[in-house]
Design a protein around this ligand. Structure first.
Ligand code: CA
Length: 523
């Protein structure tokens, strides 16, 4: 009996040792797909820059529809669309009609067709919902500004210019806003309006019952009439001012309850730019929240070349969340449309950017990819430069490339287009595909609990992922030097190499980890 048990791992050991010279990844087993959205991978799209179907320079809905096969092939199970409502700005976070589609992007019929096509590929559609504020050009605000007796006046927050609160300084400068002036003048009026982000975005007044009902109506419309699967909720911690956090938490409980009435499985993911202890109470109302703190930790680890604290950090964040809501969805990211792109944050070092992805897809969480990350696009603020056009093909053949902005960072000289990368075995695109496939095919990587492992090598991020009968030991070398180590006695029953990347290998109980390599062992 013993012999038969150990013969198989020994053969795999030998095979893995022999294959360790290869620079590419090898996956020793190919189980059936394990992941299921919302635990799957979600892809964030800035529509304007993704794919332009009609050659007017602006990405659009029909363009996105034509790229659903690409996203399915990448292994994506959900899409988060940045705002598509009518709005005067290129980013469209200052909405002027909550029920419409911006004509630059297409029509409502185009969008319904996009949803149908996405659903037929088992891809869910989540749209950005910007409820904290409207744009100044929204008819509600225009009426409110002109007429103090308008029913829309109280949709916004007003204060007389002599009111001491309008003079207050010291707003908390969060990662999502560097604006310190919250009160904004209206020409010819003694009253100022509250706008957390800037004067172009007046905050809506959630103490007003009529406004709340209006917001519920908007939510119901997109879920029921249009058919989206859920919302990404912008600026979720600013619905009420900074000194009313409990009211913010409670508002989202109320919103979820209303949305569940029309769609019981509605997905809501919130943007709360804050450390885990501030984020945690939001899980009562928002089943999914972005894990910004973990994205900062991953970046620190990559740039210091030390990965040993990452799993402990993640486990600590989980503890905060679990206390509030054991069912919460940990929406992990490397970067999004408000942050410098990960490639730029690691100073264009492709090995580090690849390691960032390796960590994202093997640590716990339901990962989000920011469009273009998978082809190694770079970009640093100002915002337009982290939202540059996706490169589908070499310029003369690219039927889809948006041209509304001339790229500064992600030019073809720096980033190989997707179709080129598809043909290159070691490209960023194939790296993403490999790790997403690995994650999607593993219950332990998708759902498993996290157990940090302490080794004597601070360069290595080591952790176990365990789900029912599947136990994995994950090892990443975040340094530029090769490391050989002996597995601790309590981990020596991890004898099978499930996944090897960049030449990582297991030989007896010794582990060889070349620079920026990853190894996953199973019991
Ligand atoms: Ca277009």
């Amino acid at each position: 009996m013993k012999k038969t048990i150990y013969l198989y791992p020994f053969l795999l050991l030998l095979l893995s040792y022999l294959s360790s010279c290869s620079n590419t990844a090898t996956v020793s087993t190919a189980p059936a797909k394990a992941s299921s959205w919302p635990r799957g991978v979600t892809y964030e799209i800035f529509v304007q820059s993704f794919c332009d179907s009609d050659g007017n320079g602006i990405g659009d809905i029909k363009g996105m529809t034509s790229k659903l096969d690409y996203l399915q092939d990448l292994g994506v199970e959900g899409i988060w669309l940045m705002p598509m409502n009518p709005s005067p700005s290129y980013h469209k976070y200052d909405v002027t009609d909550y029920y419409g589609i911006h004509p630059d992007y297409g029509t409502m019929e185009d969008f319904k067709e996009f949803i149908r096509q996405a659903h037929s590929r088992n891809i869910k559609v989540v749209m950005d919902m910007v409820l904290n504020h409207s744009g100044v050009d929204h008819p509600w605000f225009q009426e409110a500004m002109k007429d103090k007796n308008s029913p829309y006046r109280d949709y916004y927050v007003w204060a007389h210019q002599n009111d001491p609160q309008t003079k207050e300084e010291g707003k908390i400068i969060a990662g999502d806003s560097d604006n310190v002036n919250r009160w904004h003048k209206v020409q010819g009026s003694d009253y100022l309006y509250y706008g957390y982000f800037y004067g172009g975005m007046p905050d809506l007044n959630f103490d007003n019952a009529a406004l709340k009902e209006e917001v519920f109506k908007i939510g119901r419309y997109w879920l029921k009439e249009v058919g989206v699967d859920g919302f990404r909720l912008d600026a979720a911690r600013h619905i009420f001012p900074d000194d009313r956090p409990e009211d913010n938490h409670q508002w989202w409980v109320e919103f979820k309850k209303e949305m569940q009435k029309v769609k019981p499985d509605v997905y809501l993911v919130g943007e709360v730019w804050a450390p885990a202890d501030v984020v945690a109470p939001y899980t009562k109302g928002l089943p999914a929240l972005f894990n910004f703190e973990m994205s900062w930790a991953i970046l620190d680890a990559l740039n210091s070349g030390k990965g040993n604290s990452l799993a402990i950090k993640h486990a600590g964040i989980m503890d905060f969340y679990k206390k509030e809501n054991p069912e919460f969805i940990d929406a992990t990211i490397l970067s999004n449309h408000d942050q410098n792109r990960i490639m730029s944050e690691v100073n264009g070092d492709e090995k580090k950017a690849k390691m960032a992805a390796a960590l994202l897809f093997t640590l716990p969480g339901s990962p989000y990819i920011y469009y273009g990350e998978e082809i190694g696009m770079s970009g640093k603020k100002p915002d337009e430069l982290i939202r540059e056009p996706f490169l589908w093909d070499v310029k003369e053949k690219d039927q889809c490339r948006a041209t509304w902005i001339t790229p500064t960072f992600s030019t073809e000289a720096v980033v190989a287009p997707a179709t080129v990368q598809a043909q290159q075995e070691n490209s960023m695109l194939n790296h993403y595909k490999t790790f997403i496939r690995l994650r999607n095919n593993s219950n332990a990587l998708t759902y498993g609990e996290l157990k940090p492992v302490q080794l004597n090598n601070p360069e290595i991020s080591a952790f176990e992922r365990i789900h029912q009968h599947e136990s994995l030991l994950v090892l990443h070398n975040l340094s530029g030097a090769e490391i050989t180590l002996a597995l601790p006695v309590n981990l020596q029953d991890y004898r099978i190499a499930r996944f090897q990347h960049n030449g990582a290998a297991l030989a007896r109980s010794k582990v060889l980890l070349p620079a920026y390599s990853s190894l996953i062992l199973q019991r």
